[in-house]
Design a protein around this ligand. Structure first.
Ligand SMILES: C[S@@+](CC[C@H](N)C(=O)[O-])C[C@H]1O[C@@H](n2cnc3c(N)ncnc32)[C@H](O)[C@@H]1O
Length: 305
């Protein structure tokens, strides 16, 4: 059977717009903090002219194996969560011309039932992006309190019936499979009709909490400017309103800080996947924001003053 090339397993979101804002030039270096199956990375590496200029980070073993197959020893490939990776790169005094964060999950993570992210295909309640992570979604749903479950389902799932769902989960414990969880949520929400599966928001909430996706982003946003060279560009694609708000707020703070401002915003409004990438289903909720690091003269002033 013909094998699907890894980069075709995941179709990159907003590729043209991402390249337009990052504006890669030959010889520049590139940090991809969510390299996945290398879809964006491949296009950027072509423009900068060498994979040796790329640092590719992901916390998923399958993504790392796929990147290693693609780039062997040419690109630097780091298996890590990106919050730890940016700490290490900062400590090593590294700086980049371009940084990309394409948040959320990849298509292979969603499509492979064994990973436990899928509502459609039953699998173990896992949902770990990093297969070596200490806790699975089953641990979370079977041990967390009603209050904690309600809070994440409300905050990360933006689910108005969070409390009803949390109570139903507690009553149905122990839950072992994605099918069981989907069924419990569907039953708890009977009468609530929607175009999407009724458990979609709950699955999203559990995934975000389990993988500490908001904590990872908040930590990384604060460090990003230090990892950019003067004139360096950062692009962030998010799929959740909470994430987009954090990115917007961070860019705003770091661009409106007067003399100490580090970034200049390149996207006044986010570039929307629903408008610009209509043939990619995963892009429906994507929002792309970008900024450039200001070429500051602060170093000169600090030395002279
Ligand atoms: C949307 S996919 C990226 C796809 C990639 N841009 C491409 O075109 O192939 C997101 C990837 O980021 C990884 N990821 C998400 N959060 C992460 C984190 N905090 N640290 C490291 N990797 C993360 C996931 O494992 C997944 O492979």
């Amino acid at each position: 059977m013909k094998k699907t090339p890894p980069q075709q397993l995941h179709k990159p979101v907003l590729p043209t717009q991402t390249i337009a804002v990052l504006a890669p030039r030959s010889g520049e270096n590139y940090l991809d903090l969510t390299a996945g199956y290398g879809g964006h990375a491949q296009v950027i590496i072509e423009k900068i002219g060498s994979a040796h200029l790329a640092t590719l980070v992901d916390r998923d073993d399958y993504a790392i194996a796929s990147l290693q197959a693609l780039y062997k020893s040419s690109a630097r490939i780091i298996k890590s969560d990106f919050a730890t990776a940016v700490d290490n790169l900062m400590r090593a005094d590294e700086q980049f011309d371009m940084i990309l964060l394409d948040l959320g999950v990849s298509s292979p993570q969603l499509d492979n039932a064994d990973r436990g992210f899928s509502i459609q295909r039953s699998g173990p309640l896992d949902m770990r992006m990093d297969q070596t992570g200490p806790q699975t979604a089953a641990d979370l749903v079977n041990t967390w309190s009603e209050e904690r479950l309600t809070q994440i389902i409300r905050d990360y799932g933006e689910e108005p019936k969070a409390h009803r769902i949390a109570r139903a989960i507690i009553e149905a414990r122990p839950l072992k499979t994605t099918n069981e969880l989907a069924h419990v949520v569907q039953h708890a929400l009977r009468g609530v009709r929607n175009k999407i599966h009724p458990a979609t928001r709950t699955f999203q909430a559990i995934r975000i909490a389990l993988n500490d996706e908001i904590g990872q982003l908040v930590h990384t946003l604060a460090i990003l400017p230090q990892l950019l060279k003067p004139g360096g560009r950062v692009a962030i694609i998010s799929f959740h309103s909470l994430e987009d708000r954090l990115v917007k707020q961070c860019f705003k703070e770091q661009s409106e800080a007067g003399f100490t401002a580090e970034l200049q915003v390149l996207t006044k409004k986010p570039i929307s996947g629903a408008i610009h990438d209509v043939h990619n289903l995963r892009a429906r909720s994507a929002k792309l924001r970008a900024a450039v690091k200001i070429k500051t003269e602060r170093a000169y002033h600090a030395n002279s003053g």
